[in-house]
Write a protein that binds this ligand. Structure first.
Ligand SMILES: Nc1nc2c(ncn2[C@@H]2O[C@H](COP(=O)(O)OP(=O)(O)OP(=O)(O)O)[C@@H](O)[C@H]2O)c(=O)[nH]1
Ligand SMILES: [Mg+2]
Length: 340
């Protein structure tokens, strides 16, 4: 980009883009919310504006601690995020909470649901809660959430928490957009690790056994010990980091300070070993490829001639009249990509 640092880059031609950029840079919630609506929109002119905004804000992004949180329904994600987020805003941080829930067909309901379970954060001037973009492909939902994360960073949120429910591949999608991936577990993990998939433990940077309060406290400590031994037989993706297991209570707030310390330890450790920069770089490139795939699919949807021909070819391929390879080649050519 040719812009210099004294004059923030702007679209130069779209006043709404300029208004959004100014609003986001000065941390205005309304502008942030409007920009998020713009990145979530499928309209071509909105997508164009979204790209202009994201490019212009690029120098203002990347500075937050990006924390992913997953765990089975009822494990206490909302409760924990409410308590941890409040602890962080009390420390002077600005916290954004986003979600990836591709199964979500809820509209306003999920905002209400999430916000009533995050009572304190919902009314905290230094917190911003945004529910998952409405149902779509996981790739699409994750794409919008990642863009929203960048907007939040540019608006001055220095902690971004991305929550997901343990459905399908959504955990992997969230793990791929954050620096630190936290898996919440329950006391009584001994019963085959409480339905938490082994694959999820493998991508955890930190495990926290929640509900370690009252009568549950001893069982939570026992579960933590079991997670620790389960982790020993797994090879960690980052050789310089052994995922710690902590016990917490989202309800009482016990252990959340230590949990946050572990998040910062993970960051520090990664900065020293180089794993942090590597991961961010890898994520950005993987992100570009995801977008290329998304946009190719979108191009097929947008071009009526291509869409019509895809329909005919599907029938021909299903009927055994045209080889799938040949059909794919025809569409690739129609998109102007030539012979590949
Ligand atoms: N005792 C105890 N109860 C908790 C704790 N954290 C959450 N709960 C309770 O567990 C229930 C589920 O908590 P949520 O925070 O809604 O769980 P969630 O993981 O967000 O659930 P979904 O959004 O449905 O996936 C609620 O009744 C909470 O009050 C905790 O640390 N201790
Ligand atoms: Mg919840």
């Amino acid at each position: 980009m040719t812009s210099d640092r004294d004059t923030p880059p702007s679209s130069g031609e779209d006043p709404e883009t300029d208004r959004l950029l100014d609003g986001i840079r000065s941390g205005q919630r309304a502008a942030l919310a409007r920009a998020i609506t713009t990145v979530e929109s499928k309209k071509v002119d909105h997508r164009r504006r979204a790209r202009a905004i994201l490019q212009a804000l690029l120098p203002d992004t990347g500075k937050a601690v990006r924390l992913g949180i997953t765990g089975v329904p009822g494990v206490g994600k909302s409760t924990t995020i409410d308590a941890l987020g409040t602890l962080l805003t009390e420390k002077g941080h600005r916290v954004a909470v986003l979600a990836v829930d591709p199964s979500s067909t809820r509209t306003g309901g999920s905002i209400l649901g999430d916000k009533t379970r995050m009572e304190r954060l919902a009314v905290d001037a230094n917190a911003f809660i945004r529910p998952s973009p409405s149902a779509g492909t996981l790739g699409g939902v994750a794409a919008r959430t990642r863009e929203t994360m960048l907007l939040c960073e540019a608006a001055g949120y220095d902690v971004v928490i991305v929550e997901t429910v343990g459905i399908g591949q959504s955990e992997t999608a969230v793990a791929e957009m954050v620096d630190t991936f936290l898996v919440l577990g329950l006391p009584g993990a001994g019963d085959e690790l409480q339905g938490i998939k082994k694959g999820v433990i493998e991508i955890a940077d930190i495990i926290a056994v929640n509900k370690a309060d009252g009568d549950n406290a001893p069982r939570a400590r026992q579960a933590a010990a079991e997670y620790r031994s389960a982790l020993q037989i797994l090879t960690s993706p980052d050789a310089s980091w052994r995922p710690p297991v902590v016990t917490i209570s989202g309800l009482t707030g016990d252990g959340l300070d230590l949990l946050w310390t572990e998040v910062l330890n993970h960051r520090l450790n990664g900065e020293q070993s180089g794993a942090f920069d590597d991961k961010r770089r890898r994520q950005q490139v993987a992100w570009m490829w995801t977008m290329i795939r998304e946009q190719m699919m979108a191009a097929i949807q947008h071009r009526t001639d291509v869409r019509a021909r895809v329909g005919e070819l599907e029938t021909a391929v299903a009927g055994g009249d045209v080889a799938a390879t040949v059909a794919a080649d025809e569409i690739t050519r129609m998109l102007g990509l030539g012979e590949v």
